[in-house]
Design a protein around this ligand. Structure first.
Ligand SMILES: Nc1ncnc2c1ncn2[C@@H]1O[C@H](COP(=O)(O)OP(=O)(O)OP(=O)(O)O)[C@@H](O)[C@H]1O
Length: 515
């Protein structure tokens, strides 16, 4: 079995352009006042964000975009969690678009989840207004009608002039220069929103690429590429004067990429930037992105890299006493901000309910999972950011990309099944050069498997973190009553669900009858 896996691993070819990457770690941090070509308005906006220098990956990307690289190649960026990938793409895109005279949708950033998109939009929103650009969000946070009115500007009818509906839709324009979207809502707008067009798109960012490529999401990627490609052709040297009547004399000039082996003939293209802390190397997956002469930027020589300031620790415990070990561990962490990961939404709910039945807690513990409504999730996240909640028990909804200041610890209540999951979960701490700990709770039978998993992230150091025996003993007396309460709570939830289900089906039957 092992042998087969090994053979499989070695038989996957690494794409030639991935063999000689640029190493981000060879760059030093660069103070803003030394960064070449940085627009002074953006420099001021960065200072306002509390940023005084750029991190290595940001300097490397700046070189390849605004610097001598000049956006000539598509960029594939593999860089550890918390290393600052968002600003690495946001800053050059905003700077490039700062000279645009007319508003239309030029940059599209796609992310896998709503919370992540909201977070990234905030980074753009801290920069873009400084140079007169607007940023929109298409994630389904508000109603589609509200979203459309944020994204599309209607023509203002002049006094005495009456538009018929066709004229009216011709006058629709984008209200935003940059759009941050999740694939589902993006497709809704592509398919249904009048005036929404990718005709003028110059930059496409696919963040958390490996996650987004795993899911087809109504073929969002081929659709975006096809729409952009169709426009590329209409923007070709011959047809470069043919533009959508919507924009009158407005011309969209894309970057002119020079394809090697293409007789150095320039042609307009959509610039792509794809990023992850665990970027796929699978040629068939990367082929979906249709990259132009891609340049690979990675950090260090290893495929996967954990943040430098991250300490990995393991807690060995008996399965049936695991909640007690967790509580005792949380006690030793003394209310520091902490995320506890479980393997499913159901176990997240059960564990969080159980922990709260222990009573007499000095720390506030809340659940965060896809089972919950978005409004509840957003409220929980806000409270966690504000420090009103100290512990989040989370399913993998929190695993990728989420950036919450001051998270000191991550606890894997259930051992992650894959190294990529370990990397993304652990990466919620030790961000932006800060220190942090990732504890993994293991039964002794899991220790060997976990060691192998960590080795894939080149981590051979994961000492045991001991929980004092007395701490466990002191919790035992409340354990059985907490378990009893959990059982009752789950039962009553089941009843409630059944009642709601019956009520719903009675209403449906009545409706059918009256129809
Ligand atoms: N140049 C900088 N100076 C100080 N802080 C920075 C800088 N760049 C980014 N940060 C901060 O670092 C944190 C991590 O950044 P970001 O979320 O972009 O990381 P990431 O590489 O995308 O991580 P992940 O892979 O987990 O998504 C954020 O809080 C961000 O504000």
């Amino acid at each position: 079995m092992e042998l087969v896996t090994e053979q499989k691993k070695t038989s996957v070819p690494v794409l030639p352009w991935m063999r000689n990457p640029i190493d981000n770690s060879l760059y030093d941090e660069c103070p803003l006042n030394f960064l070449p070509f940085l627009d002074p308005r953006l420099e001021a906006a960065l200072y306002d964000m509390g940023i005084t220098s750029l991190f290595p990956v940001q300097v490397a990307v700046w070189q390849e975009t605004i610097g001598p690289g000049s956006f000539e190649r598509d960029l594939c960026i593999n860089s550890p969690t918390g290393s600052g990938k968002t600003l690495a793409y946001a800053l050059p895109i905003v700077q490039m678009l700062s000279t645009r005279a007319t508003k239309c949708l030029r940059a599209l950033v796609v992310l896998p989840t709503r919370d992540l998109a909201v977070q990234v939009k905030e980074v753009f929103a801290s920069l873009a207004p400084a140079v007169g650009l607007s940023v929109g969000l298409a994630v389904g946070q508000s109603s589609i009608a509200d979203e459309i009115s944020e994204l599309i500007k209607k023509p203002t009818p002049e006094a005495g002039i009456c538009f018929d509906s066709e004229d009216f839709s011709l006058g629709l324009r984008s209200s935003v220069d940059i759009l941050v979207a999740t694939p589902g809502r993006l497709m809704d707008h592509i398919n249904n929103t009048k005036g929404f067009t990718l005709d003028h798109l110059c930059y496409l960012v696919v963040d958390e690429t490996d996650r987004l490529l795993r899911e087809a999401y109504q073929s969002w990627l081929p659709t975006v590429l096809q729409l952009a490609h169709a426009n590329n052709q209409s923007l070709g040297p011959v047809a470069s004067n043919t533009f959508s009547p919507t924009f009158g004399s407005l011309k969209t000039i894309r970057r002119f990429g020079v394809e090697r082996g293409f007789k150095a003939k320039p042609y307009p293209r959509l610039v792509k930037m794809v990023l992850s802390a665990t970027l796929t190397q699978d040629p068939s997956k990367l082929a979906q992105l249709d990259l132009h002469h891609p340049l690979f930027l990675t950090t260090g020589s290893r495929r996967y890299q954990l943040p430098e300031q991250l300490k990995s620790l393991k807690v060995i415990c008996e399965s049936k006493l695991k909640p007690l070990y967790l509580l005792a561990l949380l006690e030793t962490l003394q209310g520091e901000k902490c995320i506890v990961f479980t393997s499913s939404v159901e176990s997240t709910h059960r564990l969080c309910t159980l922990l709260n039945f222990f009573g007499d807690q000095k720390i506030k513990i809340k659940e965060y999972s896809r089972l919950q409504r978005q409004t509840i999730r957003s409220k929980t996240l806000r409270a966690f950011r504000a420090g009103e909640i100290q512990v989040l028990v989370s399913s993998d909804a929190m695993t990728r990309g989420m950036d919450v200041e001051g998270v000191k610890n991550v606890i894997n209540y259930d051992m992650p099944a894959y190294v990529k999951t370990y990397i993304h979960r652990a990466g919620r701490t030790a961000r932006a050069g800060q220190s942090g700990c990732c504890f993994t709770m293991l039964h002794k039978d899991e220790v060997k498997r976990f060691k192998k998993l960590l080795q894939k992230a080149d981590n051979n150091s994961c000492p045991v973190y001991s929980i004092p025996f007395e701490s466990i003993e002191s919790l035992r007396s409340t354990y059985s009553s907490a378990l009893e309460k959990l059982k009752e709570s789950i039962e009553s939830e089941k009843h409630r669900k059944r009642r709601v289900g019956t009520k719903h089906s009675t209403v449906m039957k009545k409706k059918e009858k009256s129809a």
